[in-house]
Design a protein around this ligand. Structure first.
Ligand code: F0G
Length: 453
């Protein structure tokens, strides 16, 4: 099958261009694998004619749109369309009213970490239960505008759930490549229900992504991984919405999990653009936290000073970030440097503990999101985050995304042996195993009295 470019299929970039992050080459069209034709590096979207829109005008327009009943205005992504690739008309957007996610205070976790001004931006409250929806609404919209019938992704689960939903809403077919056995049933079942053709490949995420990169050069399918720069433009709005919720007073720290490193890149891009547009006067430090078993960025920064990727054979129970060869490592390294953020890794026990602590706040999240709290504890110990500072954890997925992890933790089936006594005591304090009883009032009252002790 012939290879195609987005421009030949009809996208006419009006307000944006594709720029290579390696050689800086700028172009109106992108090849199917969203890599530079000259040097093979990733592309990003830039806005050369971004006129200096008045920052106060933008802020009041975005606020005003919240009162509107139009679909684009009700989307927490398209509401910020002035800083996104332009559509000819708002009704071209494929939207499930994504974004609009809450910013919660975390009083319990604040006490645990010793950082009183601690918040969670809960992206798990999106339509398909993860932050991917914010990027998918933009990228799926541009896939349809470019005339594609098929969209495709490699995924650890959330991208596929989100892509399948937006493809279905937009009348497109979707092809999902996931690693066999290393993806939660919740996520897989979403993709099936939304009608995706779902292939479980006998490889890991990195193998799935490699194969997809070859596929898009051979078949007329549009790739919706975060290599696709339209995804990152949508995911930028997380930061805009967060700053709006904080009345445009930047927090000192934003802490985000790192897997394929698209989300950290998107948030960092948003922060730099907000500063350039005069929407904020100083940059928060953006920090990325990885699982110890999937710590490619940590090693890239420590062992290669961010100059070349140190890939790893990834292994972690936080399957969403079980990625050893992150595609957007260079973009993430850049925004970490630009915002002076940190990069840390946390152990499996630390992740499980943090997840239960966030759950005990009554909001919950999936394991990959909990690395943020575990990472914050480390950054406080190192003196990088100070008690008087404001920190925001980006919770990327819903608790319901991985019930097996939660059940195993509370039943005490996780970490059998191999945990030191101090950690074991901390874990035990948080465990709430289900209690099987005879259906008698006495038994329930005895249980209540026991729990009260
Ligand atoms: N948190 C969750 C819940 C995720 O699903 C992912 C990535 C991340 C964090 C990491 O974000 O890749 O932008 O650094 N999930 C992808 C997927 C890879 O296929 O669903 P990232």
């Amino acid at each position: 099958m012939p290879s195609t470019t987005t421009s030949t299929l009809g996208v006419r970039p009006a307000n944006f261009r594709f720029r290579c992050i390696g050689c800086g080459d700028s172009s109106e069209s992108a090849s199917q694998n969203f890599r530079c034709q000259h040097c093979g590096d990733l592309l990003e979207i830039t806005y050369p004619r971004w006129k200096e829109a008045g920052s106060q005008d933008l802020k009041s327009m975005w606020r005003q749109r919240r009162l509107s009943q139009s679909a684009a205005d009700q989307s927490g992504v398209w509401r910020f369309r002035d800083v996104l690739p332009a559509l000819d008309s708002d009704d071209q957007a494929i939207t499930l009213r994504e974004g609009n996610t809450p910013l919660y205070e975390l009083p319990r976790c604040a006490r645990i970490t010793g950082v009183p001004r601690l918040f969670a931006k809960h992206q798990g409250m999106n339509p398909t239960g993860s932050f991917k929806d914010a990027g998918m609404t933009v990228a799926a919209t541009f896939a349809r505008l470019a005339g594609f019938r098929w969209v495709a992704c490699a995924s650890t689960g959330n991208t596929s759930a989100s892509m399948a939903a937006y493809a279905a809403r937009g009348g497109m077919r979707s092809l999902v490549l996931v690693p066999e056995g290393k993806i939660s049933w919740s996520k897989l079942s979403q993709a099936l229900d939304y009608g995706a053709v779902t292939c479980q490949l006998r490889t890991d995420f990195d193998g799935c992504l490699r194969l997809l990169q070859e596929l898009v050069l051979r078949a007329p399918v549009y790739q919706l991984n975060s290599i696709n720069p339209f995804r990152l433009e949508g995911q930028k709005t997380l930061a805009l919405e967060l700053l709006e919720q904080l009345d445009w007073q930047p927090p000192d720290h934003i802490i985000v999990p790192g897997g394929n490193l698209g989300n950290s890149s998107a948030i960092g891009k948003a922060l730099l653009e907000m500063r350039d547009l005069g929407l904020i006067s100083r940059l928060p430090k953006l920090s990325v936290i990885q699982a110890e078993g999937a710590n490619a960025l940590v090693r890239t920064l420590r062992e290669a000073a961010g100059k070349r990727l140190v890939s790893v054979q990834a292994e972690t129970r936080a399957t969403a970030i079980r990625i050893g060869n992150p595609a957007s490592w260079k973009k993430a390294a850049h925004v970490l440097e630009a915002t002076e953020g940190a990069c840390e890794q946390v152990s499996e026990v630390e992740i499980a503990l943090a997840k239960a602590e966030i759950g005990a706040e009554g909001i919950g999240c999936e394991p990959a999101s909990a690395v943020t709290l575990a990472g914050l504890k480390k950054l406080v110990k190192q003196g990088f985050v100070k008690p008087e500072e404001t920190a925001v954890l980006v919770l990327t997925g819903s608790l319901l995304k991985d019930p097996d992890f939660t059940m195993e933790f509370h039943r005490g089936d996780m970490f059998k042996g191999g945990v030191d006594a101090a950690k074991h005591a901390e874990l035990e304090k948080l465990r709430r195993a289900p209690i099987v009883l005879d259906a008698s009032l006495d038994a329930v009252i005895r249980t209540l009295e026991q729990a009260e002790k």
